[in-house]
Write a protein that binds this ligand. Structure first.
Ligand code: PLP
Length: 425
């Protein structure tokens, strides 16, 4: 039985990533606090995936709420071409302090996809402005960089972008350097660079998110970035999912000695409260756009670029990241994940289990192709939802990616449910 709200929703709304024909009724949520969502009927649901990987400090954090309210009263919005304001300047300065030394300029946009679009445009136009013919981009198979056309182009070919095949631009692809194939990937990468006019290499550092929570070590990435340096290829780290302690360090690239030239940031930046995309770059890239010739301008901007309320949410969120309790929680979750890993890793229903920081992923054995459309997806989703836990599987892979405020009790409950689920398979 659908509630009134569900009926109207069904009449009026087209939901993201929702298979419309088989779509079950969506769940009306009336309130969220900490790691919990509360539905129309008052049922509590543990938000074990941080509402699509964005929520880090927990829902309804009073510090962020106060900051947003105060900013609204002071300055709600102003055009960001020709104008500026304190929340944006503070945020840029503070973020650069957390990024590697080579990052010097901050470009604001709206979400992860736009942050990626801008990174790709910066890289391509850099060589255009320099008068060099370099336009090819290298990306990982299985990569996910967003849903706009440029972001789809650099993403791996999948069910997500298949209808647009031929309309997206061609990129050169390499395998992910997971354990056992590091050397072949590095060799293949160098070959691609030598034989093509490569402008940039874009990658998700250490964890490929939507591609199935595929994890790899810093060492091979270190080598790929070295090769970028050697051949003057711009390296672009898409930290949209991995940023803000997700993998245990502030940015995943903090685990590298070689630093990328461009960073894409979003999701956790506002603690999951308001949408914001950020692209940062090294000064040598910015300098290629400084010219008397107007044609060398980066002609890119969105209506809400640098919105002051959003920036103030991000500044408040940064206050919380900079508080030592945040990292303590991250390390606590990581330890709990590793404890559970030791208990569950040899379970007969599992093909693989992996942990990186606060992310724990479970890959089920499956006869079917292990793609996003795998039939296990629905089964896993329903099982956990019926037990008051929101997990959103990627085909036969499901994962815990919780807000950092999640309690040990909730974690234990989730682990127990996972064990029960696996035992029943
Ligand atoms: C989610 C994601 C994006 C896209 O971000 P949106 O805010 O959904 O547009 C890009 N890159 C990575 C690595 C992501 O996980």
């Amino acid at each position: 039985m659908l509630s009134n709200l569900q009926k109207k929703d069904k009449t009026f709304i087209w939901h993201p990533y929702t298979h419309v024909k088989n779509g079950q009724g969506v769940i009306p949520v009336v309130k969220a606090r900490g790691a919990h969502l509360y539905d129309e009927k008052g049922q509590k649901i543990i938000d074990a995936i941080s509402s699509w990987w964005v929520n880090t400090h927990g829902h309804g954090h009073p510090h962020i709420a106060r900051s947003i309210a105060a900013q609204f009263k002071q300055l709600d919005h102003v055009i960001f071409a020709g104008f500026t304001h304190k929340p944006a300047v503070n945020l840029a300065e503070r973020l650069l302090n957390h990024l590697p030394e080579n990052q010097k300029k901050v470009f604001f946009s709206d979400d992860g996809s736009t942050a990626v679009e801008i990174a790709v445009k910066m890289a391509i136009q850099y060589y255009h402005n320099k008068g060099q013919k370099r336009r090819k981009i290298i990306a990982f198979d299985n990569a996910y960089h967003g849903d706009t056309f440029g972001a789809m182009s650099v993403s791996g070919k999948s069910i997500f972008n298949a209808p647009f095949d031929g309309l997206t631009f061609d990129v050169l692809r390499i395998k992910v350097p997971i354990s056992g194939q590091e050397d072949t990937v590095v060799a293949e990468f160098e070959k691609l660079i030598i034989n093509n006019d490569v402008a940039a290499f874009i990658f998700e550092p250490l964890v490929l998110g939507a591609g199935g929570m595929i994890m790899y070590e810093p060492e091979p990435l270190e080598k790929l970035i070295s090769l970028c340096r050697k051949y003057k290829v711009i390296s672009i780290a898409d930290e949209v999912m991995t940023g803000f302690f997700r993998t245990g360090t502030f940015f995943a690239c903090d685990q590298l000695k070689n630093k990328p030239d461009i960073f894409c940031i979003s999701k956790g930046v506002t603690g999951g409260t308001l949408p914001l995309g950020i692209t940062t770059c090294a000064s040598y890239i910015y300098e290629a756009f400084l010219d008397k010739d107007i044609r060398k301008t980066l002609f890119h901007g969105h209506s809400y670029t640098g919105n002051p309320i959003v920036c103030s949410a991000a500044n408040a969120s940064l206050d919380l990241y900079e508080n030592e309790n945040c990292l303590k929680n991250v390390l606590r979750i990581k330890e709990k994940h590793l404890d559970f890993f030791r208990k569950i890793s040899s379970h007969k229903s599992l093909k693989d289990v992996r942990v990186k920081g606060t992310i724990m992923a479970f890959e089920l054995l499956s006869e079917e192709t292990t793609s996003y459309s795998n039939a296990l997806k629905e089964k896993i989703y329903n099982y956990f939802l019926n037990n008051g836990i929101l997990l959103r599987p990627l085909g036969n892979v499901f994962y815990i990616l919780p807000p950092y405020c999640i309690s040990n009790k909730d974690l234990k409950y989730i682990y127990n449910c996972i064990t029960d689920f696996l035992n029943k398979l």
